[in-house]
Design a binder for this molecule. Structure first.
Ligand code: HEC
Length: 116
């Protein structure tokens, strides 16, 4: 009986730990990130991240095309910094107050999943 319980716990722990292990090194959840993106970012960056929103026509500089090589070549740390602090002199404001570390990971995972 006790062995059965121990085995159940071991299996449970292994199964629980596996998705996290597989998700490494990008620890964010792109599906959760997409939800945040659609709520907070698509107004400017467009529904698929290409910077092709209606707002774009009114903004100088225009919102970045997040699928571009220029953005995708940046490190996660660089993207995180822009999202947290914004970019002075542009419409890109900082989201440090809105997103905790986990949400930032999710959004960055979503940005990484965007295709040109
Ligand atoms: C009000 C419009 C607006 C909103 C909303 C907005 N952005 Fe931006 N974003 C911009 C502009 C403008 C830039 C600067 C483009 C430039 O520097 O040429 C920018 C730049 C960026 C960059 C830097 C890209 C690069 O290659 O340097 C990232 C990453 C980014 N935004 C992500 C986000 C995310 C994630 C959200 C939602 C949480 C968001 N933005 C919401 C307008 C916006």
């Amino acid at each position: 009986m006790r062995a059965g319980v121990t085995l159940a716990v071991v299996v449970w722990v292994l199964l629980g730990a596996m998705p996290m292990g597989l998700a490494a090194p990008g620890k964010g959840n792109p599906a959760a990130g997409q939800k945040l993106y659609l709520e907070s970012c698509q107004n400017c960056h467009g529904p698929s991240g290409k910077g092709d929103s209606e707002m774009a026509a009114y903004l100088t500089p225009a919102p970045a095309n997040l699928t571009s090589k220029a953005t995708q070549e940046k490190t996660d740390a660089q993207l995180r910094k822009v999202i947290q602090e914004g970019r002075p002199g542009t419409a890109m404001t900082g989201y440090a107050a809105a997103f905790d570390e986990e949400k930032l990971d999710d959004i960055i995972a979503y940005i990484r999943s965007l295709k040109p």
